[in-house]
Write a protein that binds this ligand. Structure first.
Ligand SMILES: [Zn+2]
Length: 398
């Protein structure tokens, strides 16, 4: 019997927001939920125990980085990622496709934020063909062929609760005919991923039954509604996956991204949990839960913290701890925040840590930002139930 289940517990009557529960062998996830990125098996500056104390429900690690370093065999020797990084909650791993393409083409986030691809970044993507993707390791320069079968094999070694089919994440600047060609190939790769996933036991025998996994398909199609429709039909009717992620290019502006996500999630309906790949600004989350998105992931909350940017409830945007106006403020970031940083440290102290390059500053701000996002998701779930999302959003984002 499967230790996984998905159920929607409440539907909003005002929009398509919903409250759900994802059950996994490593615990339940109340949705909508945020998935924090432990890209290389670390949440950068904080431990998984810190993340737990910030009410984190689920974290994500990247197949691409972990297969290069330390290699999936070392992680399998620990009994999988849960033991490797000492996290007993649910984990999602991506398939490696997104990282290879974002390093090769520039990322989706770069495009949405209007940043040009930095040509100084070394191009690592060498070739894409029917078999898979040939890329150059940024660790030792070796050429590596990643195929759907290889991606699933690595993800089985990593042993995350949720894994993804292998896909090609197309950049925005390619034309429609390339987007279509890549989408069709990604569909064929999805079938191969699923064959590989289903051909062996649904759990890595090294890990026992707690290594049971479920797989998500990925909707492609870029900004083109007709292609999105084809990919939605493929994912809903031609393959059988536990959940569905929205991937591919989401356009070159926030408005375009909202339109693509709204169109796609509307047609995906309610039969499976829907994950939106790589989007996680607070404003985007408030907007997109109303389209029926159940889970989000993004590096931004932890990355912003390392750059001194702090979320603050009811504040216009983020505050920058390096600003000299905090030098003399003997108050926490937010008096009402219950995170350990706000309970114990002043803005003045945090400002000092950043000015003096003390590593503790990165850790303390990361703890606050993780706590903030989890607290915000809790408020979102509550507001869905009381049909007060628009009103509650104003308490969080001015
Ligand atoms: Zn705080």
């Amino acid at each position: 019997m499967s230790n996984f289940s998905w159920k929607i517990e409440f539907y909003s009557k005002k929009n398509r927001a919903r409250i759900g529960k994802l059950e996994t062998p490593h615990g339940n996830i109340e949705t909508p939920a945020f998935i924090f990125c432990a890209t290389k098996g670390a949440l950068k500056t904080v431990s998984t125990h810190d993340a737990k104390s910030c009410n984190t429900q689920i974290i994500l690690s990247n197949t691409y980085h972990l297969m290069l370093q330390p290699g999936s065999e070392i992680i399998a020797n620990h009994g999988g990622l849960h033991n490797f990084m000492s996290w007993n909650g649910p984990i999602l791993t991506d398939s490696g496709g997104f990282q290879i393409f974002s390093l090769g083409h520039g990322s989706v986030a770069d495009e949405i934020k209007g940043r040009g691809f930095n040509s100084k970044r070394q191009k690592t993507l060498l070739k894409i063909n029917e078999e898979g993707t040939l890329f150059k390791s940024y660790i030792d320069g070796k050429n590596i062929l990643l195929t759907p079968e290889k991606s699933i094999e690595v993800q089985k070694d990593l042993g995350a609760d949720f894994i993804l089919v292998f896909d090609e994440c197309t950049p925005f600047h390619v034309d429609k005919s390339y987007t279509e060609k890549a989408m069709m190939r990604s569909h064929r790769w999805s079938l191969r991923s699923l064959n590989s996933f289903n051909s062996k036991k649904k759990y890595n025998p090294k890990f026992g039954s707690s290594g049971e996994q479920q797989i998500y398909g990925i909707v492609q199609g870029g900004i083109y509604n007709d292609l999105r429709e084809q990919s939605i039909d493929f994912n809903l009717n031609k393959i059988d996956t536990f959940g569905i992620a929205i991937g591919g290019s989401l356009g070159s502006s926030k408005d375009e991204m909202y339109k693509v996500v709204n169109f796609t999630s509307n047609k995906l309906g309610n039969s499976r949990p829907v994950h939106l790949l790589g989007i996680g600004d607070p404003k985007d989350i408030w907007t997109l839960v109303k389209c029926g998105i159940d889970t989000f992931d993004c590096v931004s909350p932890t990355r912003l913290a390392r750059h001194g940017s702090v979320f603050k409830k009811g504040y216009n945007g983020k505050i920058n701890i390096k600003n000299s106006k905090y030098e003399f403020i003997v108050e926490p970031i937010d008096k009402e925040c219950e995170c350990s940083t706000c309970k114990n440290y002043s803005l003045s102290y945090l400002h000092h840590l950043f000015k003096s390059n003390e590593l503790l500053g990165l850790q303390l701000l990361t703890i606050h930002n993780i706590f903030y996002i989890n607290d915000m998701m809790k408020s979102i779930r509550k507001a869905i139930k009381t049909e007060s999302l628009d009103e509650e959003e104003k308490n969080w984002i001015k």
